[in-house]
Write a protein that binds this ligand. Sequence first.
Ligand code: NAD
Length: 299
Amino acid sequence: MKVGFVGLGRMGAHMARNLVQAGHDVKVYDVRPEAIEVLVELGATAASSVVDVAGGSEFVFTSLPGPAEVTETWQGDDGLLAHLEPGAVGIDLSTVGADTSRAVEAEAREHGRRYMDAPVSGGVGGADAGTLSLMVGGSEEDFEEAFPVLSAIGDSEKIYRCGDIGAGSVTKLVNNLIGMTTNVVIAEAFSMGVKAGVSANTLLDVVTASSGNSATLAQWKSSVLQRDFTPGFMLALGHKDARLAIELAEQLDIPMPVTSVARDRLAAALSEGWGEDAVAVVARLQEREADTLIDGRSS
Ligand code: NAD
């Protein structure tokens, strides 16, 4: 298939590469020229602009930081929607609110074009391996048509149609608010355990083998315990996701007391200047206040 791809960041570069390796004819664009060059060396074609990506493409993907970039890239005269080929399908892989996905899809319909939200989970490792889970919002027909290209990005057993447009974004926020609040809770729990005299490695091993285990805890082994906060998933993006979840809850008039605390903790970590570190860096706030270090390197 002829595929366009905008946004070659930590996730997008791997996803675009997997599309190339699956045999698709992939045209790529990013505001960072060096990111385009890497993909061209792997067999993709360079596009000169967002508009150029749309030309000739049967499917166009975006993997962008958040709602502002998604809106700017898809909507308006210089956006993808205005230049998609007849019959092409637009697919956004970014994490945004359902309101953003629905607004873009409404404009797509005005242009007589199709658009789905398909946020992903599984981190940079999953993007690299092509084993992401995908949470898709769109019509059954569009989902089935896109399934072969989505399968190049994700594990075909984990590509879910969650409902109509916006349902993928809602599902992704449900998933991520669990991850964001879990980071904050693990920081509390581990600071208590370490200060009470049990080593961080023992806590990690035992909780991993017990009922407190989680995908978030698995990430702590190579991040907090090794004092290595290289992202992965940046704190700034985690804060965005908690904020988007709370905005959705406000629209629905439901309380989110725990997520609100987590959002505030992530915001406090952001204001320390840690936005481009891995989201687990939020542990450093707790360590400072608890006067203890969750360090697994020496025990
Ligand atoms: P990133 O910041 O590494 O990548 C974003 C890319 O978009 C960058 O290459 C940037 O140059 C490019 N970009 C920004 N604005 C642009 C524009 N206007 N036009 C073209 N390119 C533009 O982010 P990431 O970690 O790859 O995440 C991408 C999306 O996937 C986010 O919405 C994030 O929440 C979501 N996500 C990330 C992870 C993860 O583990 N990193 C996991 C699941 C979902």
